[in-house]
Design a binder for this molecule. Structure first.
Ligand SMILES: Nc1ncnc2c1ncn2[C@@H]1O[C@H](COP(=O)(O)OP(=O)(O)OP(=O)(O)O)[C@@H](O)[C@H]1O
Ligand SMILES: [Mg+2]
Length: 503
């Protein structure tokens, strides 16, 4: 018989009026990978925070290896063999990798910097295929994908037997995801129990033995992944049936203009890049983490101070390196790093929506509260955020709902402009994802120019009218229409042909 490593029995938790968890039970065995699915706000992260001692449940029992435990705090959870990679990355950016791996542990820096623990940190990184990472390098220098790897190494170094990964691949490139999948399978073979939270159902089917679905804080179903289909899983999550994920590409009206980029350079990220993104179309820049794709959008948004080159928006020259200049040119940016560039965590959802376009709601300098609220309601409906959440502070919303906020801010604008999106549906649940895809098409029809970067190739194929593939700061391929094919793009971004790379 397989051994149950961890179980939760009848766990409930309310935050004020919001019942985040309602009588949820769950048991995970050694050598099992359990998928945990559900819409944004379903309670997945909260359930895991209960396990880690980050959230105190109102009721319920937790057993570790059969023993009932009251988990006091994360350190206590860790001593019981539990480890979490949180949805929000939790590393201290200024500290080195080795400091981050042992941060918050029992040992003092002096001991672990020199001794056996240093070797253990090294071994954990190596096991994740991160031989290239230097232990003494500050985390600040690492791209977001590699920070994630450090987070996982942190658990391995601390001998966690139960590994909880809360949307671990949201920030990883396809190649990194593949590596993570291999690692998780080998950890399963070694008898770890793994709880895997993801909105990417392909991954869930790929790696999970069993799947549990939560909806509105309650347990809906648990069963073998093989017994489920994509449709049945989505139905469990949404409580209703579900049509097509990607809207049809409509030829639509031809718009003139768009974004023309000539010889764009961002030191260390983008080298002499030229492309044209037509108005009324979705242009995708595909590339792995570190390809420079994200930096192109950041440069257009005015967030790369040393960007050089010529950018014309509908023939008008854009001043580079200035966020206000980009904003004035009606360029909006949905960032992949909502914690840093996106949201005002202490403002309400409503205030976050309208923050992007305050002037439009101000009459003679006074903000029209009524107008703003009506607009907020409309946007909330469009992005699938429940009206009840409009008054909640952004920081208390679930991860996916925060992403909806960010997206909603762009939609608050009336005049068509340029919408830049880095990883637009990261952490967004299937239902809302389909909503956002439809919105993107609506914006096209209204004459917006959309440029997105995404590490999810399925999304590129489903949404893009035009694809530029990047590799190490350069465009290696342009594809349009029928040429947009998943395997072909994967090849472009990983093994570009020499002659094309030189072009
Ligand atoms: N500290 C908090 N204060 C108030 N409400 C909270 C807090 N933490 C979570 N909630 C609420 O509890 C509910 C469950 O949130 P949770 O973060 O567990 O969702 P989730 O399933 O992880 O969603 P996502 O897929 O978007 O990450 C949500 O309604 C959320 O807004
Ligand atoms: Mg969550």
């Amino acid at each position: 018989m397989t051994q149950t490593l961890v179980s939760l029995e009848g766990v409930s938790k309310a935050f004020g009026p919001i019942a985040a968890l309602r009588d949820v039970s769950l048991a995970v065995a050694a050598g099992e990978i359990r998928g945990l699915c559900g819409e944004n706000g379903a309670g997945k992260s909260t359930l895991m925070k209960v396990l880690m001692g980050l959230v105190r449940p109102d009721s319920g029992v937790i057993r570790i290896a059969g023993e009932p435990q009251t988990i006091r705090n994360p350190r206590h959870a860790q001593s019981l063999g539990l480890g979490l990679v949180a949805q929000e990355l939790s590393l201290a950016p200024r500290l080195s990798i080795v400091d981050n791996i042992w941060l918050g542990g029992e040992e003092t820096p002096l001991i672990y910097r020199m001794g056996k623990l240093r070797a253990r940190a090294r071994a954990a990184l190596d096991a994740l295929g991160a031989q290239d990472l230097d232990l003494d390098q500050p985390v600040l220098d690492l791209p977001i994908g590699q920070r994630q790897i450090v987070e996982i190494a942190r658990l391995l170094a601390r001998d966690a037997r139960v590994l909880i990964l809360d949307e671990p691949t949201a920030t990883l490139s396809d190649v990194e995801i593949e590596r993570l999948m291999r690692i998780l399978k080998s950890l399963r073979a070694q008898g770890h129990a793994i709880i895997y939270i993801s909105h990417r159902l392909g991954e869930v089917f790929d790696i999970c033995d069993t799947v549990t679905v939560l909806r509105n804080g309650a347990h809906v179903s648990t069963g073998p992944a093989i017994g489920q289909t994509r449709e049945s899983l989505i139905e469990d999550m949404l409580g209703r049936s579900f049509g097509e994920m990607y809207p049809a590409h409509e030829a639509g009206t031809a718009h003139r203009g768009g974004v023309a980029i000539e010889g764009l350079a961002v030191p260390g990220a983008v080298h002499h890049l030229s492309l044209f993104a037509p108005k009324g179309r979705i242009t995708a820049i595909a590339g792995q983490i570190g390809s420079g794709a994200g930096a192109v959008n950041r440069a257009l948004a005015g967030l790369e101070p040393s960007a050089q080159g010529l950018v014309l928006i509908d023939g008008e020259k854009l001043t580079l390196g200035s966020a206000p200049a980009s904003a004035a040119a009606n360029v909006l940016f949905v960032s992949d790093d909502r914690a840093v560039e996106g949201l005002f965590p202490d403002l309400t959802a409503l205030d976050n929506f309208i923050a992007a376009d305050l002037r439009a709601h101000a009459t003679a300098g006074l903000l029209s509260w009524k107008g703003a609220r009506a607009l907020g309601l409309e946007i909330a409906r469009k992005v699938g955020l429940s009206e009840a959440r409009l008054g909640s502070r952004a920081s208390t919303l679930s991860g996916g709902n925060q992403q909806k906020l960010l997206f909603g801010r762009a939609l608050a604008r009336e005049t068509p402009g340029v919408l830049l999106m880095n990883e637009p549906t990261r952490g967004v649940d299937v239902g809302a994802r389909a909503d956002i895809y439809r919105l993107m098409r609506d914006l096209c029809a209204r004459g917006w120019t959309l440029i997105m970067t995404t590490s999810e190739l399925e999304e590129v194929v489903g949404m893009a009218d035009l694809v530029y593939s990047m590799y190490r700061g350069r465009i290696v391929k342009r594809r349009e229409g029928e040429e947009i094919d998943l395997t072909a793009i994967l090849t472009d971004i990983t093994h570009p042909m020499k002659d094309e790379a030189a072009a």
